[in-house]
Design a protein around this ligand. Structure first.
Ligand code: ADP
Ligand code: MG
Length: 238
């Protein structure tokens, strides 16, 4: 059984349909990348999976439970945004603790999780700082830390590295891949960057105007693109 399953998922804004009935399975523990040009519906799809956006039709299943009507907090997922979305008036440590205090977790459990996440991301020395005292790379580490402490079943990343310079992007790419190897948790990663998709993914889902053009392993899409769009987009020979 796939861990996450989308069945005919649709989304309309007013009268305009932007996601046109997507069927997709995401295997437990995989690193799946949604890639496609700006405006093709990557963020909308991710937001529907996380529950930040309602679906207009179809079903989303997680671990055999239908979850498209559940609140975001009940889905066991954690999202990391391009904009970091840290609370500016809180220290790094408070940012990491915040979601857990809301969940009413016991204090020692919170402390353990924060400590572990800070160690994994090497941000222990930053715990007392405010977000405005962090670099872009440090901010994104804290944003990822805030997802890790939730111990989610699925991590959802929406173009998390787009605000970083090229050098840091390459470094953070391998850090996120290493994090995936370490935790073994399912990750869905959205990007418009073909190189990011090819280097990070176990499985790539190529989107275009609200439909899936092709899904498969990077090498499969590169060697056997189904059409000109996939070939052109992933830079494969045509
Ligand atoms: P991507 O993340 O791939 O760049 P989005 O998911 O943000 O694409 O957008 C997909 C389409 O849905 C675009 O045409 C966008 O204009 C439209 N869209 C996204 N959010 C809204 C919204 N809140 N209201 C109206 N249209 C939206
Ligand atoms: Mg987007």
């Amino acid at each position: 059984m796939a861990q996450l399953e989308l069945r005919q998922v649709r989304k309309s804004f007013q009268t305009l349909e932007v996601i046109h009935g997507i069927d997709l399975t995401v295997e437990d523990g995989s690193f799946t990348v949604f890639v496609g040009p700006s405006g093709c519906g990557k963020s909308t799809l991710l937001r529907m999976i996380s529950g930040l956006e309602e679906t207009s039709g179809g079903e989303i299943w997680l671990d055999g439970v239908r979850c498209d009507h559940l609140l975001p907090s009940a889905r066991g997922m954690a999202m990391v945004f391009q904009s970091y979305a840290l609370y500016p008036h809180m220290s790094v440590e408070e940012n990491l603790r915040f979601g857990l205090e809301n969940q009413k977790l016991p204090k020692p459990e919170i402390a353990t999780r924060v400590d572990k996440a800070a160690e994994i991301l090497q941000i222990k020395h930053l715990l007392k700082r405010r977000p405005n005292q962090l670099s872009g790379g440090q901010s994104q580490r804290v944003a990822i830390g805030r997802a890790i402490v939730k111990e989610p079943k699925v991590f959802l990343f929406d173009e998390p590295l787009s605000n970083l310079d090229a050098e840091l992007r390459v470094k953070m790419r391998s850090e996120i891949s290493a994090l995936h190897h370490r935790l073994g948790t399912t990750m869905i990663y959205v990007t418009h960057d073909q190189v990011e998709a090819m280097t990070m993914a176990d499985r790539i889902v190529v989107l275009r105007e609200g439909v899936i053009e092709q899904a498969g392993a990077p090498i499969e899409l590169y060697a056997r693109p189904r059409n000109q769009f996939v070939a052109g987009f992933l830079g494969a020979p045509q």
